[in-house]
Ligand binder design. Structure first.
Ligand SMILES: Cc1ncc(COP(=O)(O)O)c(C=O)c1O
Length: 390
């Protein structure tokens, strides 16, 4: 029998960086020592106190049964308590908090509860690619919203055509931003919430990097009065606690959306392992001791790396947060040409900005999730590059 795959799966383009990884493997096969700053996967191990908590939770037989899809009570209570401390917001653990198998999972599922086929979703350009996944699967339509350097990588709401807005159900954003490193202020969120309420658009703000800020603490969109009528916010333990492999995130906000997402998920998954959920609850409870050193580490890396890149002639806006530097090479060229040039002549792998959307063309994303010595070595290798040879 010849297996025919569905139209939907065939509509997913091959992973954009596949060709790049092929070239990376080829370079490694030649014996080259490649430094990869292409992906945002924290090198810092999870704090030993969290690991110890997980070990003792794994030993408890009560944790071995099926979890509750929306998350166990312990974790939902700690999520709620953390938001109270961090943002002064109260979320009811029963219907305004839901635990996810990593925020990526909830992000991919949200369009199924918010949109019908043919509805529009607004997606930033450049973007974190998973915002597209659920929209494509549920037959929705995508309108790209440019994030331009001249607007501090914030969307210009007035430029989105009203005829698209009228057919839009959902708008994904993420600040502190991947890939640009930009941050958003509470004033920006106030304007956004006003616009969303006026136009009946659901806002899904992705706060995966909310704890990696370099100036004032990143605000939550839900701090804006009335935001809960139109918005949900996604959170992740992956970067905040360097727990990317543990797969726990959460969503808070509008209870109709949170409960609908739970209802969908009850038909799909059973949530993360309870022992792991309890370890994340421990992390949240001890956030104020665990997180500042992680934030300081990324801040110092960003300062040092930006200084080094500037000395090599790169152009960029200073990041307000996240683990990324979004920069233009010393000469004007395509993102891919720049990435291949560095791979070939400096054995440094980076992510081409064009892989994040059309507006990313000309940029390169450096991820600071490798140890300090590798970041220093990267700068040492980039320094002598003669870009006129490109
Ligand atoms: C902007 C953004 N949102 C969400 C995620 C997914 O995070 P998680 O590990 O919680 O699924 C990532 C991961 O890189 C990300 O960059």
């Amino acid at each position: 029998m010849k297996i025919e795959l569905s139209d939907k799966i065939r509509s997913f383009k091959p992973f954009l960086f596949e060709e790049l990884y092929r070239k990376e493997r080829a370079e490694r096969a030649k014996g080259k020592d490649i430094i990869s700053l292409a992906v945002g996967d924290p090198d810092i191990p999870t704090a030993p106190s969290i690991v110890n908590c997980a070990v003792s939770e794994v030993k408890k037989g009560s944790n071995h049964r099926y979890p509750n899809t929306k998350g166990n009570e312990n974790l939902r209570r700690e999520v709620s308590a953390w938001h109270k401390r961090r943002h002064g917001l109260s979320f009811h653990p029963a219907d305004e908090v839901s635990i996810l198998i990593g925020s990526k999972e909830g992000i991919a599922h949200l369009p199924f509860v918010a949109m019908n086929a043919g509805d529009y979703c607004l997606i930033p350009d450049p973007t974190y690619p998973t915002y597209r996944t659920g929209v494509v699967l549920c037959g929705g339509r995508i309108h790209d919203v440019p994030l331009e350097e001249k607007n501090a990588f914030l969307p210009d709401l007035g430029k989105i055509p009203q005829k698209i807005v009228d057919k839009t159900k959902l708008f994904f954003l993420n600040y502190p931003n991947n890939p640009t490193g930009a941050s958003a202020s509470l004033d920006f969120y106030k304007d956004l919430v006003k616009w969303a309420r006026k136009n009946s658009v659901i806002i899904a703000q992705d706060a995966a990097y909310c704890e990696i800020y370099f100036g004032k603490p990143a605000p939550s969109i839900l701090e804006v009065p009335g935001a809960r009528d139109v918005a949900v916010e996604f959170y992740s333990s992956s970067k905040t606690y360097c727990m990317a492999g543990w797969r726990v995130g959460w969503v808070v906000g509008n209870s109709k959306l949170v409960c609908a997402l739970n209802q969908l998920k009850e038909n799909i998954d059973s949530g993360p392992f309870n022992a792991v959920q309890n370890a994340v609850a421990f992390a949240l409870k001890n956030h104020e001791t665990i997180v500042p050193p992680i934030r300081e580490k990324f801040k110092k890396r960003a300062q040092d790396f930006c200084a080094g890149l500037a000395a090599c002639g790169w152009k960029f806006a200073q990041p307000g947060g996240s683990c990324f530097i979004w920069a233009k090479p010393p000469v004007s060229c395509s993102s891919l040409d720049a990435v291949y040039f560095m791979l070939e002549h400096a054995s440094v792998l980076t992510a081409p900005g064009s892989g994040f959307g059309r507006c990313g063309e000309g940029y390169v994303r450096f991820s600071l999730t490798e140890p300090d010595n590798k970041l220093r070595e990267t700068l040492r290798r980039l320094k002598p590059l003669d870009w006129t040879r490109l």
